[in-house]
Design a protein around this ligand. Structure first.
Ligand SMILES: [Zn+2]
Length: 418
């Protein structure tokens, strides 16, 4: 850039100034820079080579595609069921106790075999999503809320001495594994251990503080992907429970969950509570009328039952079909009681379980990326061409169901109580 002496600048007027400005712009200098006094030494302007006229460039259309994640319709998920968690040094009182290191090992092996977590809600309503190449896995914990299952430390994260804390840390280290779990609660059969001493949890002396801590823990759970559900108030054996008590056991459990949330000042989270039931001992009522009470139960907000779960040991192990399967029966869904042998079995099954796929849709104009009708057409075309399969297509925020030769936008069906 040339240094312009002040006296020269003073002479610029009218059209002369504009010619000067234009010249400066063409030479690539900004106007502001041109008028800035600078110490840069004067350089001789190199004359530009005679411009060879270039052919006018035709704007190149960069082809635009959308990548859909496709959940195969025959996908099945292990819904694993854990109960209590104990430190490694502690003796097991029952098979329902899992050492924290065993839990972490399970997670590592399942992750290494290609499983990713999905929430129970999303599995049941068909909106679940795992990255292409991954298989869905659901983790549930029964007999909630024991502090060894979930305990929120002062820093706002779950304690590493609780099962949810182990899961939380594992998910931080393996973000593509995801973080979610469902906790089926018995609100009326225990206190909440509101104090942590070393790697164990204890009941404090002050019951008000205990209930407040429980309410805060429930709130943390809802906000962070641990879904609270119903395992009945006192873990009753339903085959020996009278109908009116079945109703009360379900209702009272729900009422207390809401009560503790209110106590913690988090009543705003109540509308986010779902309505799923895990049968205590995996056992049904003995009478038809008792079974109907559970299936027809509506929670305090009028939400019908979204799912009822049994619990299977190794001898009766069964994966759970997806909401798109003809075998899906929301009132009778399998879960697998976690154990070393169950994990081994899952690792053996993993290679045969269908992975989520990806499907490239397009080309399309970029401004059509949210256009439902355009995407529907592209999915149909991809399937007809044989390059992609039928399934639940996740495209951005939208889901499409491609099944039986049809492609339709998908949203979870509303539940009509039986
Ligand atoms: Zn239980």
């Amino acid at each position: 850039m040339k240094k312009i002496p002040r006296n020269v600048l003073m002479k610029f007027t009218g059209i002369t100034l504009w010619v000067f400005l234009a010249a400066q712009l063409l030479s690539g200098c900004s106007v502001a820079q041109s008028f800035m006094p600078t110490e840069t030494p004067t350089s001789t302007a190199t004359p530009l080579p005679t411009a060879t006229p270039l052919p006018t460039p035709t704007p190149t259309e960069v082809p635009f595609y959308l990548d859909a994640a496709v959940m195969p319709l025959n996908q099945q998920a292990p819904i694993l069921l854990y109960h209590r968690f104990i430190p490694d040094w502690e003796a097991k009182e029952a098979i329902t106790f899992t050492r924290l290191s065993e839990f972490k090992n399970d997670l590592q092996k399942l992750y290494d075999s290609g499983f990713s977590l999905v929430s129970l809600k999303s599995w049941i309503d068909g909106t679940y999503l795992v990255p292409p190449g991954k298989k869905p896995l659901v983790i549930t914990i029964d007999d909630f809320w024991f502090a060894d299952q979930i305990y929120i430390s002062e820093d706002g994260t779950p304690s590493p001495y609780s099962g949810i804390g182990v899961l939380w840390r594992f998910a931080q280290e393996h973000p593509d594994f995801g973080f979610s779990a469902a906790g089926f609660s018995n609100m009326g059969d225990k206190y909440y251990g509101d104090r942590q001493i070393g790697d164990k949890f204890f009941y404090g002396d002050n019951q008000d503080a205990m209930w407040l801590k429980l309410g805060q823990t429930i709130a943390w759970a809802i906000e962070n992907g641990v879904e609270p559900y119903n395992h009945l108030l006192q873990h009753p054996m339903l085959s020996k429970t009278a109908d009116k008590d079945i109703q009360w056991q379900i209702e009272e459990n729900d009422r207390l969950t809401r009560y503790y949330l209110e106590l913690a000042g988090r009543g705003d989270l109540i509308p986010r509570l779902g309505n799923m039931i895990a049968l205590p001992f995996g056992e049904w009522p003995a009478t038809y009328s008792g079974i109907e009470i559970i299936k027809k139960y509506q929670n305090q907000e009028g939400k019908p039952v979204e799912a009822i779960f049994e619990a299977y040991l190794y001898a009766d192990k069964e994966l759970t079909p997806s909401a798109f399967s003809n075998d899906f029966n929301r009132y009778n869904l399998a879960r697998l009681t976690a154990s070393e042998i169950m994990t081994q079995w899952l690792l053996q099954q993993a290679p045969d379980l269908p992975d989520a796929q990806s499907c490239r849709l397009g080309p399309l104009a970029q401004n059509q990326a949210d256009d439902q009708a355009v995407i529907q057409g592209l999915i149909s075309a991809a399937i007809q061409s044989g390059s992609c399969f039928e399934g639940a297509y996740h495209v951005g925020e939208q889901i499409f169901l491609a099944r039986d030769g049809e492609v339709v936008p998908y949203s979870p069906p509303s539940i009509i109580a039986p």
